[in-house]
Design a protein around this ligand. Structure first.
Ligand code: BF8
Length: 645
């Protein structure tokens, strides 16, 4: 059933051809789980202490309290708060690793790295209060790495460095509401402590904690990860590339790099062009070496180096099923344990590289900065040697791959929207104010078999751009839309509304802009802040005509992202609710009341067309409050959904 919503041709064809061999996939395992636990879905099952597990009767006839006395309000919120902390921890741990890489680079112990954006190194060093004059890159990298690591363990109440980037109103509000994030680790630890059995039972107080720990991600961990990656691997610039399983090559050694951290994947990309290794590949009968990415690793090396994308989260098993992958190299996050079973049916070697994300029955080649080049060489050699084990009769690479343009950032949108002589956010703000562009929507996050297996992102984005909403994207949502051709300038001509089309044609940009990996949602925060600074379309983040969606969200990281946007004043839509629907009070609080507190709020809608119009109605509500001009090329919208005054 869940496969029916999958619209990606490459994936469908591959799945159909493989069916007879009965290799299970994520869709099969998802179906086997049906019906899923109703208590779990509503968030009213508590496993926090050993008097339980306890559950609340959603029909009101059975128990309304756990053994300790916890109500549905407490139980549902406490889980959501903890999940948000896990999301923050994941992005922030990634950022911490980059801090260590900076220190290794500064100490001269990192192998295969250099500072690719020295200009940004100096900018960020200045922001951290480091004197840059007369200092070499390595020296600055060391100082910056040390300063950044202090952000994690900070014990005083001084704000995180990048928090000071936020508009004044948000900063003041966060102080007043006591959700100003302090040390990143401190927020995660305190969240775990506050949600222990017998601690915070007040759902409103728990939601305050949720927002504080999420803000430590958006304006802390994720933003640090983005900035350090730009410095180390180069700030992205618009770049053409290709996406989908068709990027794999029948006559080359194919290596999939999958996960999130660019530290190893970047070195693998460079090393794959090593003459000696290319020669070895030829000796083994291959014409070359193809490296392709999956998930956010794909995004990291796509936006900076134009490396092809093999697929999204849901395509990790499918990539192996092409029978043409010599090695799948994984680091952290979004690694499906299912790939081990899939690989056991083929010659593919599964290589883990982080002790933090170990998979049973796979080989670990642990990565560290001081031997990055050697590790990359070792891994590529394994893949080359494995080429001879590929079975011709297993090879089934789908034809589909699509052109895309990626590599937009909060900084280079200045250039693209303003052109060479008008490099500022003025043209964007002006076009929003005059109604040519209705507003901006972030469409981000995972693809999920419980939802549209990616198809909901596509329908949502098509409906938004048709209604003159400029879309910005990250994560698997960006990759999904890339496969559909939505990330090309040509998409604007065929699919965008007349106003958005005019802007895209003039500037030569796609109607959906790829801003990078999931940590790069921080770029959207910065872009929104720049829109506020430029003026004319709102004096704070909550006044802007913008909205965000992760309609097929799946991971705890998505919850952290959603919450830091809501706490920053944005309207955020998820397809299915976070597991709080078992408490009407909590549900109402996060979808209604909270807007009066932080300016942002949640909405939940699974139908992508309805979801688009809920977002559009929110954008229109903000336009009305700002008294902006009517939409220049307005058309009747049949799908309007009332989202308030
Ligand atoms: O961090 S979008 S499936 S890959 S969690 Fe994972 Fe979701 Fe993809 Fe990137 Ni983000």
């Amino acid at each position: 059933m869940s496969r029916k919503k999958l619209k990606d041709k490459a994936s469908i064809n591959l799945l159909n051809s493989i069916k007879k061999e009965a290799i299970e996939t994520v869709w099969d395992r998802y179906e086997a789980q049906q019906p899923q636990c109703g208590f779990g879905l509503l968030g009213i099952c508590c496993r926090m202490c050993n008097m339980g597990p306890c559950r609340i009767d959603p029909f009101g006839t059975g128990p309304q309290k756990g053994a300790c006395g916890a109500t549905a309000d407490t139980i549902a919120t406490r889980d959501m708060t903890r999940q948000t902390a896990a999301g923050t921890a994941s992005h922030s741990d990634h950022a911490r690793d980059l801090g260590h890489t900076f220190i290794a680079l500064g100490n001269g112990t990192a192998q295969g790295y250099s500072i690719r954006d020295p200009y940004k190194l100096r900018l960020i060093a200045n922001e951290y209060g480091i004197k840059t004059e007369g200092k070499k890159d390595a020296e600055l990298a060391l100082e910056l790495g040390e300063k950044v690591l202090k952000e994690f363990g900070k014990q005083d109440d001084e704000p995180l460095t990048f928090i000071k980037r936020a508009p004044k109103k948000q900063q003041e509000l966060w102080k007043t509401l006591n959700i100003y994030p302090r040390g990143i680790d401190r927020e995660v630890v305190e969240t775990l402590a506050r949600t222990h059995e017998g601690m915070d039972q007040d759902y409103k107080n728990l939601i305050q904690t949720t927002m504080r720990v999420a803000l430590a991600d958006g304006w802390g961990g994720s933003m640090i990860a983005t900035e350090l990656s730009d410095i180390l691997f180069g700030s992205p610039k618009p770049i053409r590339a290709k996406a989908n399983l068709g990027v794999l090559k029948e006559d080359e050694v194919n290596i999939i790099i999958h996960g999130h951290e660019p530290t190893l994947s970047d070195v693998i990309v460079t090393t794959s062009q090593d003459k000696e290794l290319l020669e070895l590949a030829k000796q083994k009968g291959a014409k070359g070496i193809t490296v392709a990415g999956i998930c956010c690793t794909a995004n990291e090396i796509l936006v900076r180096r134009g490396i092809p994308v093999a697929g999204t989260f849901l395509q990790q098993e499918l990539a192996i099923m092409t029978g043409a992958v010599e090695a799948i190299v994984v680091d952290i996050q979004c690694i499906s344990p299912g790939i081990v079973n899939t690989a056991s049916n083929f010659h593919t070697r599964v290589i883990t590289t982080s002790a933090k994300a170990s998979l049973p029955n796979t080989e670990l080649i642990e990565f560290s900065e001081d031997k990055a080049l050697n590790t990359a060489k070792e891994i590529i050699k394994i893949a080359i040697e494995n080429y001879q084990n590929r079975k011709k009769e297993h090879v089934n690479i789908p034809e589909e791959s699509m052109e895309l343009v990626a590599g937009f950032t909060a900084e280079n949108i200045f250039y693209h929207l303003g052109g060479r002589f008008r490099g500022s956010y003025r043209p964007l703000n002006e076009n929003i104010a005059n109604g040519r562009i209705r507003g901006v929507a972030g469409v981000v996050g995972c693809d999920n078999p419980r939802m549209g297996s990616g198809s909901y992102h596509i329908e949502l984005v098509k409906e938004l751009i048709k209604n003159d909403v400029l879309v910005v994207q990250t994560g698997c949502a960006a990759l999904t839309c890339a496969k559909e051709g939505l990330l090309t300038p040509e998409a604007a001509i065929g699919m965008a509304g007349d106003g958005l089309k005019e802007v895209c044609k003039t500037v030569g940009i796609p109607p959906a802009l790829h801003l990078g990996a999931c940590v790069d949602n921080s770029r959207i925060l910065i872009a929104c802040t720049e829109m506020v600074k430029e003026g004319g379309i709102g004096n704070s983040l909550d006044e802007l005509p913008v909205a965000g969606a992760a309609i097929e969200w799946m991971s705890e990281k998505a919850m952290a992202i959603g919450w830091y946007f809501v706490a920053s004043g944005a309207f955020v839509l998820f397809g299915t609710p976070m597991r709080v629907a078992g408490s009407q009070a909590v549900f109402d609080y996060i979808t209604k009341d909270i807007e009066n507190i932080v300016g942002g709020k949640w909405a939940f809608e699974e139908d992508p067309i309805k979801a688009a119009h809920i977002m559009i109605d929110h954008i229109d509500k903000k336009r009305k409050a700002l008294k902006l001009a009517p939409i220049m090329y307005a058309k009747d919208r049949t799908e309007t959904v009332n989202v308030g005054p």
